[in-house]
Design a protein. Sequence first.
Length: 132
Amino acid sequence: MPKIFTSQTFSPEERESRKDFIDKHTPYIFCDGIPQKGVPLFVRVRVGSEHAHIDDFNHYISTITLFDADHMLAKVELAACIVSADEHRGNAEVAFSIVPNKDVYHFNAQCYCTKHGLWQSEDVEVRVNEKN
């Protein structure tokens, strides 16, 4: 089992001194719209909040996976240099469409950096409303 990195893997001092490095490897979860049972919901996962990850042939984000607690909901594989922008910086971001069928989801995401390993997001609890 590979080691999974989170911001909590690092001491407070390391988090401060390596905040750019940690940010550009951490997946962040966003939900678009108000979750309702039976209505498609876009759950976006973006790697990096303030800093884009490098995207070249030897160092890039190769997978992004969305989970509900320990249950994998979706996974995407990315090829090198498909999200590149200026100076080989990428904006690795995907949107997964799910149809909520329960009251609460505990989303978390993982991404894999080909140079720095597996990284995991903070947990995001999403409460689902009944369909109107």
